[in-house]
Design a protein around this ligand. Structure first.
Ligand code: DX5
Ligand code: ZN
Length: 221
């Protein structure tokens, strides 16, 4: 599976807020609502103060879904582990610029493995940090909360960095936002130039997932 070509607005539900004992059903539910991308948050308890899923979980989920797996690596040593996630079935892998030793190498390595590549910026990291690699990526991810947990408050200042990122990458690269995205914040980030909206609590934290996804789509325009 490949990321949809840039130019469409896509909602990427984050399973961080899903029921981890029922992930296959949870994935099927959002797939039935028409989403194409599923956001999978990998945390190592080191780069972020939380631990979530690893390679075996991604490999098992892969057997149950045709969604595009957008793997967000919140881990200290992306160079060490990224290929294993690609081999487990991730379609797209995003790693953080703050901990990457050689981002150009890693992007090339992921492409060779048939995986698209993304670079991510924490709220306090300036856009200049990714200036030289952004155009090599298929998607740039701007964190709009401090990574580690779902259902945190949207950081409006961080979202404004999307404007500059969009200027740098032009229309051909996806720009994704992650954290605090929902019906009340979607319009602002799309206005700044984001086209891929991660939503954890605003989808899986809601009883009616179809209605939740529709509400974000309606707000995003
Ligand atoms: C947070 C994760 C997010 C998280 C977003 O560190 O990277 O993907 O699931 O959760 P919400 O949408 O609830 O802010
Ligand atoms: Zn994420």
């Amino acid at each position: 599976m490949r990321l949809p070509k840039a130019g469409t607005i896509e909602i990427a539900p984050s399973v961080l807020s899903a029921d981890f004992a029922r992930l296959a059903d949870e994935m099927a539910e959002v797939a039935a609502a028409g989403v194409k991308i599923l956001h999978l948050d990998v945390m190592d308890g080191h780069f972020v103060p939380n631990i979530t899923i690893g390679v075996p979980v991604v490999a098992n989920l892969r057997k149950h879904s045709d969604l595009v797996f957008d793997c967000h690596l919140m881990i200290s040593e992306p160079e060490r582990y990224a290929a294993r996630f690609a081999e487990a079935g991730a379609d797209h892998i995003t790693f953080h610029i703050e901990v990457s030793e050689n981002p150009v190498n890693l992007i090339e390595k992921l492409h060779k493995l048939g995986c698209s590549a993304g670079i991510c910026l924490n709220p306090e990291t300036p856009v200049a940090a990714i200036q030289d690699v952004a155009l090599l990526c298929d998607m740039v991810l701007i964190m709009t909360v401090h990574p580690g947990f779902g259902a945190q408050e949207f950081i409006a200042e961080a979202a404004k960095k999307v404007v500059r990122v969009r200027e740098i990458v032009g229309p051909g690269v996806r720009v994704e936002v992650d954290g605090g995205i929902g019906p009340t914040t979607a319009a602002a980030v799309v206005g700044y130039g984001a086209d891929t909206l991660v939503a954890g609590n605003a989808v899986f934290g809601q009883k009616d997932r179809l209605a939740a996804i529709r509400a974000i789509q309606a707000a995003a325009g």
